[in-house]
Design a binder for this molecule. Structure first.
Ligand code: PLZ
Length: 447
């Protein structure tokens, strides 16, 4: 069985959200915890490529990919076929009880694709947060040290340990503490907002950070530094060239593990297999999830074999980690990325997105900066280009105006003033441009 084809165009049949979605939202409010909110409450019935079809028959253009997950698009034929085949074979054994080939094959593939040609090992889990938790466990176990260093604007998940690493209070951390200990935060090399100016950001941030680690934790107490090579939820912040390399080399020289959290930036999203590749860095450990499995829940920690293999048998695992259906989906997603050259496609999308956003920046002073790589692009909005005062209200207004027009968009940023673009990498030029036309209208209607 293959997915029913859906024309790759927006179709609006009702207001957004339409009456059926509104009725479903009323049921949601009466049954689902208020803590789980919905950014755009159109209730999805089907999806294919870059289109989502809602309960009222509207076809919305998807610029979010379910937060960078459906990079191969919804309904990718190889993924559908692999998942159906695997479900018919068996759905679960628990790899720790009775293993299966698909798990091993995903690990082999990750060892091959992740940065560096050294000997590697992988362990599979379910969510990004779970991968990050396990990377921290492994780092502490291997180094025999406790301290973990994370960054301003970081996002690493919603579990207690990963919330300690996530930077933003609302909505993630507010009143959910106390959080896990021995987590330390240092400034992020954020060129657009670096006090000394973008040209000094790499060197100044690096020396500030290592001084802080030395003075406040001590290298001998620091197990790992964890960083998103392109920060996701925090605002698609791209560190300046050379910063990550300098930092990772310093970590190595000080017996501190360098962990790259590529949960959002991985799997072709940034125009390389991993964002680390662009900077030529080879992390000791790398966490992946999201785009890995075309929408099925799967995550991984991949790292140097000597590190990953110091863990005692039984020290890592979980009931569902590396579920066979999710593994089959991952193998099919990776094959799709290879066969359809989605690395190149992400770069093509970057050129289109940046070209169109530069046109917006020429028209509107509120566009403070356009940044990102591949199909992970953002614009940071400000009320004034001189003061760089964050324009959070405008960001929310444009987002709402896009939603009302049938374009699924996402914002991000610690200050709520970053508009981000995460289309499926399989999205064609026509649909991408149709979405960007809607963005133009939404911008004009909101400023
Ligand atoms: N690390 C870099 O981006 C998830 C979170 C959405 P999970 N980002 C989207 C939300 O509001 O919950 C993310 C990430 C990076 C870790 C995670 C966590 O991944 O699969 O959501 O646990």
């Amino acid at each position: 069985m293959t997915a029913q084809p859906i024309e790759q165009h927006r179709v609006l049949k009702t207001a957004i959200p339409g009456p059926r979605s509104q009725a479903l939202q009323a049921r949601k409010l009466a049954s689902v915890s208020a803590g789980v909110s919905t950014g755009l409450p159109i209730y999805v019935e089907r999806g294919a490529g870059g289109i989502l079809v809602d309960a009222d028959g509207n076809q919305l253009i998807d610029f979010g990919s379910g937060i960078a997950v459906t990079s191969v698009g919804n309904g990718a034929p190889r993924v559908i076929e692999a998942v159906q085949r695997q479900i018919a074979d068996f759905t679960h054994t628990c790899f720790m009880v009775n293993p299966y080939e698909e798990y091993v094959e995903v690990c082999e593939k990750l060892n091959e694709l992740t940065p560096g040609d050294h000997d590697k090992r992988t362990a599979l889990f379910n969510s990004g947060a779970e991968a990050v938790e396990n990377a921290v466990k492994v780092a502490r176990h291997y180094t025999g040290k406790d301290g973990i260093v994370a960054f301003d604007h970081a996002y690493h998940g919603r579990t207690n340990l990963t919330l300690a690493m996530t930077a933003k209070n609302m909505p993630y951390k507010h009143k959910f503490g106390p959080f896990a200990s021995e987590l330390y935060r240092v400034p992020m090399a954020y060129p657009y907002r670096w006090p000394g100016g973008p040209q000094h950001c790499a060197d100044e941030a690096f020396s500030y950070i290592i001084d802080q680690i030395h003075a406040q934790i001590g290298e001998e107490n620091t197990a790992a530094v964890i960083i998103e090579p392109i920060q996701g939820e925090g605002g698609f912040i791209v560190p300046p060239a050379g910063f990550l390399k300098q930092l990772s080399e310093w970590c190595t020289a000080n017996n501190i593990l360098f962990i790259a959290d590529e949960v959002q930036s991985g799997f072709c999203r940034s125009g390389d297999w991993f964002a680390s590749d662009f900077e030529g860095i080879v992390p000791d450990l790398i966490t992946t999830a999201k785009g890995i499995a075309g929408g099925m829940p799967l995550s991984a920690v991949t790292g140097r074999a000597d590190i990953m293999d110091t863990i005692h048998p039984g020290g890592l695992g979980g009931t569902y980690g590396g579920n066979p259906v999710a593994c089959a989906a991952a193998l099919a997603s990776i094959e799709t990325m290879e066969e359809e050259n989605l690395i190149q496609r992400a770069r093509d999308i970057e050129a289109i997105l940046k070209g169109r956003l530069e046109q917006l920046a020429a028209k509107y002073d509120e566009v403070g900066e356009i940044r990102g790589r591949g199909a992970m692009i953002a614009m940071e909005l400000v009320t004034d280009r001189e003061t760089k005062e964050p324009a959070a209200a405008l960001t929310a207004a444009i987002n709402k105006a896009c939603h009302e027009r049938g374009l699924v968009t996402l914002t991000c940023g610690t200050l709520g003033n970053v508009f981000r673009f995460l289309p499926p990498l399989s999205m064609g030029d026509d649909l991408l441009n149709e979405g960007l036309d809607i963005l133009d209208e939404a911008f004009a209607a909101s400023v």
